[in-house]
Structure formats: C-alpha cells, structure tokens
Ligand binder design. Structure first.
Ligand code: ATP
Ligand code: MG
Ligand code: MG
Length: 479
C-alpha cells in the first residue's frame, strides 16, 4: 500500500485590537446593537473616503516582526472585488502583490523536535459584515445583515505549504496564537472569531516531490475543528486517489456535527477577484527607524520565555512548553512565583488539578476563581505541614468553586493536618490490632503490606494524619 503524507498551508485571519476600525473612527468593540458601530465610510456610501488607521500598520508590523518577517518599506492597498451582501462596497480593501510583511517563520515542537514553518507573507485588510440567517424552508428563509464587523482591521498570515500533518497544523496555529497574544496586538479568541483559519490541503505519496491538487477548507474556528477537518480531508483525498479518482481543486466547508467536509464551490466557479490598486488610498511608506523602534519594544516571546523557564526555573521542557502556550497561563504562573518561589510545584498544580478543573468546567484561566496569591498560599500550607498534599486537593476544589482563601477553607472544614505524635500513635496501634494478617505479611518481608496499613490509618483520620509520621510510627511499632 502506498504511504501518503499531507501537504498543508494555512491562511490565518487575526483581528487587531485597535480602538477604531481600519479606515474610519467607528469603535471595534465586540457585540453592540446590530449596525450601530457603523458610519458612511464602513458602510461604503458613495462619496466617502477611507483614511488609514496608523495603529493598524503599527500592529501589523509588530506581528510581522514577532513572526520573523521582513517588513516592507513600501506596501499598498488593493481592491479584491466580489459580490456578497456582507460587503457593502462589493470589494474588500486588502493587499495583493505588495503586502506589509514577507518571508517569516514560526518554530513548532513536534515529537520532541523543532520544526520551522515558513510564512509566505502577512497582509492587512478590512473585515466584512456578518449575515444572520433566519427562518427556514418551512417558513420563509431570510437573512439579516450586521455591518458592525465591517471595516474591522485584520491581518492575514499565509504560511508556506510546509506543514505535513493535522497535528502539525494544530501546533502551528497554537504557536502563532501564542506569539501574537504576547505581542498584544490581538486577543486571538477563536470563540469570538478574532482568530479564524482556512486550511489548504493536498496529499502525495511519501517521497514524491511535487504537490498534489489542494482543496481549501474555510473558516475553522477551534483547534479541535482544525485538526479534525484536516484529518478527515486527508483521509478523504487518499480514498479518492486509491480508488483511481482525481482530486478536484475546490473550496469545502467543515460540518462539525457530522464530522465531514462538504464541497462549496469548485475552481471552475472560483472568483476572479480582479485585484487592482485602491485609488482612494496612498501607498504605505515606512521609516526604517520606526520599524526599529517597534522591534525594540517587542516583549519577551513564547520561545524565549520557554527557554527561560527551563534555565531559570529548572522546569522540564514539557512543562515550560505548556505553560508558555498562552500568555494568560504564563502570566498566572509568573505571578504565583512572585508570591512563593516554588516553580515546579506551582507548575504541577497548574498542569494537573487546575487544568483538569478548567477543562471540566469549560472555562479558561482568565475566569479561574483561584487567584495566584491563593494558589501560593495553598502550597505554603502544605509546606508548613498544616495540611497534607491529599487534603490540599480537596481544599483546591473548594477554592476553585468558591474563590475562598485556602486558610479559611481549612478552618471552616477542620482540615488541619494531625501532626501530634501521640494522637497518631494511638490510631496506629488500633490499626495494627485490627489487621493481624497484614502485620504478619509485613514481618514476613512483604513490603507492600505497609502501604495497606498506612491507608487504614489515613482512612481512620479522614486523610488528616501527617503521612510521613504515620509511616515512621508504623515501622517503629512493627520492628
Ligand atoms: N498543493 C498545495 N497543497 C497544500 N497547500 C497548498 C498547496 N499549494 C499552496 N498551498 C497553500 O495554500 C495557501 C494559499 O493561500 P493564498 O492566500 O495565497 O491563496 P488563496 O487561497 O487562493 O486566496 P484567498 O485569500 O482568496 O483564499 C498557502 O498557505 C499555501 O501554502
Ligand atoms: Mg488568502
Ligand atoms: Mg484561501
């Protein structure tokens, strides 16, 4: 059987976090009454003229530099013409042959190795409005249009076809999102649509040089959807080829419920966008000094931070990679260290219990009720011997649910660890008396038996006995 590999290139749209739109001073605030964040310019009324928002250029340059691109000293805007109700002017202002940034790269970690994914270019463009479909076939279907999103500033980041699997595609977008979040030019919230991606994918027999025919899956809005859609499409293409068929170059869409991709339009019906320079906008000419200034103001980026976590905090690569993958997680981690300098223990709590509970509740760390100071305090309580590690998990869950301080919870629930030798010794004696079989086993050399006895003492004390002390006392008494 022929072995196939995927060839994938991604187009990622990122909404920039400027206060106002790209060509007018309407707000970019999310939501709002439909069509209230609009004006004659972003509605494309005749006689209006666009004026470029300088902040958009600054943010695009910032993103470009963070993604290792060359910044163009001269770039221009073009009109991408197509007819659709979400586009009031019937063209989208974008950049075609002279984009703001080119030839960058992102490094991803796959199977313990670093791989470089090329970025072909980054261009600036305006977003379109949003259609809201109403009714259905049984009643009367119709659509409403909301232009609040029209004219919001976007950058489109187009990768080289360097990606070779759905997993790599996911790792690439995760890294891209992290880098852009760190630069502060976008929140990159996939749920809110401030990061959206299109997957271009083809397959070829392993070892073959030339690319196969690609299809493009539009508008994936979660990491899971991205990876699943790419995996499905890869399999679909392989099946077509294996059965002697040919791949048709086409645009497809991902059906999340059915878990399949569906054809939208083929290349024959593809648009000819009739790109031409926008006569209403002057070219963008940048000063080298200004570019240098932006470069110098870039913050520490995820890869640098990851390396620092390994070197400065002695964290394993794995921990460092996960903790730096989102800026929120990483900032939380650093803030906690500020309260209590125990990086590895903090990392364990964050990657273990915290991630587990966040996943279960479907929230992310920004909504977490446990604040860094409180996590630090919890770890201090363990280190001081006030509570055991086991009880700490109970306290943690309670903190997660209520946001209360750990000391308050320990007080209220009477969870203070028993470290009184006398008290533990009497329980140990009871347990020894009640379990002659295990005692015999232990004396006969079965080390395992002691674990059972420790468990019995912990059970009798509702997990509050200091485990080290229990261990020590048991061994002493069984001598
Ligand atoms: N044979 C191929 N297999 C997989 N990916 C490919 C192949 N050829 C090109 N690509 C990728 O497809 C993407 C093309 O994106 P680009 O924005 O240049 O064009 P487009 O999709 O035609 O334009 P639009 O922005 O209108 O969708 C790039 O990421 C590129 O790496
Ligand atoms: Mg594109
Ligand atoms: Mg495309």
């Amino acid at each position: 059987m022929t072995q196939y590999e995927a060839v994938i290139g991604l187009e990622v749209h990122v909404e920039l976090k400027t206060n106002t739109k790209i060509f007018c001073n309407c707000t970019t605030a999310f939501g709002g009454e439909p069509n209230h964040h609009t004006c004659p310019v972003c509605l494309g009324l005749p006689g209006t003229l666009p004026v470029l928002n300088k902040k958009v250029v600054e943010y695009a340059v910032r993103a470009g530099l963070a993604l290792n691109c060359e910044i163009a000293g001269f770039s221009k805007f073009d009109r991408k013409n197509y007819y659709y109700p979400d586009l009031p002017k019937n063209y989208q202002v974008s950049q075609f042959d002279l984009p703001i940034a080119r030839r960058g790269y992102v490094e991803i970690e796959v199977a313990g190795q670093t791989k470089r994914i090329g970025i072909h270019h980054i261009h600036m463009e305006e977003d379109a409005g949003k259609l809201v479909h109403q009714g259905n076939i049984m009643t009367t279907p119709y659509s409403l249009v909301d232009y609040n999103r029209g004219g919001m500033p976007l950058i489109e980041i187009v990768s080289e076809p360097d990606i070779r699997s759905p997993e790599e595609a996911r790792a690439y977008v995760e890294k891209l999102r992290a880098i852009i979040q760190y630069t502060g030019v976008s929140d990159c919230r996939m749920e809110e649509g401030s990061l959206r991606c299109d997957v271009n994918i083809s397959v070829r027999p392993k070892g073959q040089q030339e690319f196969g025919t690609k299809t493009e899956i539009k508008n994936l809005n979660s990491f899971r959807a991205l990876q699943r859609a790419a995996a499905y499409e890869m399999e679909r293409q392989i099946k077509v080829l294996e059965s002697g068929g040919k791949i048709i170059q086409e645009t497809r869409t991902w059906d999340e419920d059915k878990g399949i991709t569906v054809s939208m339009r083929s290349k024959e019906e593809a648009h000819d966008y009739r790109y031409f320079p926008d006569p209403d906008l002057v070219p963008v000419v940048l000063d080298q000094q200004w570019i240098e200034f932006i470069k110098d103001s870039l913050p520490e980026l995820p890869d640098q931070r990851r390396r620092r976590y390994v070197e400065q905090y002695g964290l394993p690569e794995y921990d460092a990679g996960i903790l730096t993958l989102t800026k929120e997680m990483s900032d939380y981690f650093e803030e906690t260290i500020g309260y209590y300098d125990k990086p590895k223990v903090i990392s364990n709590w964050m990657m273990g219990e915290m991630s587990r509970l966040l996943n279960l509740s479907g929230t992310d760390i920004t909504a977490c009720k446990i604040k860094p100071r409180q996590l630090a305090e919890l770890i201090k309580l363990i280190d001081q011997g006030t509570i055991s590690g086991k009880i700490a998990k109970v306290v943690f869950e309670e903190m997660f649910a209520s946001g209360k301080d750990p000391a308050t919870i320990v007080q209220e629930k009477g969870l203070v660890q028993i470290s009184d030798e006398g008290a533990i010794a009497s329980v140990v004696e009871e347990v020894i008396a009640a379990n002659p079989k295990s005692v015999e086993d232990y004396k006969a050399g079965k080390e395992k038996a002691i674990g059972f006895l420790v468990g019995q003492v912990m059970k009798a004390t509702k997990g509050k006995a200091n485990p080290d002390m229990v261990n020590k006392l048991l061994r002493e008494k069984l001598q």
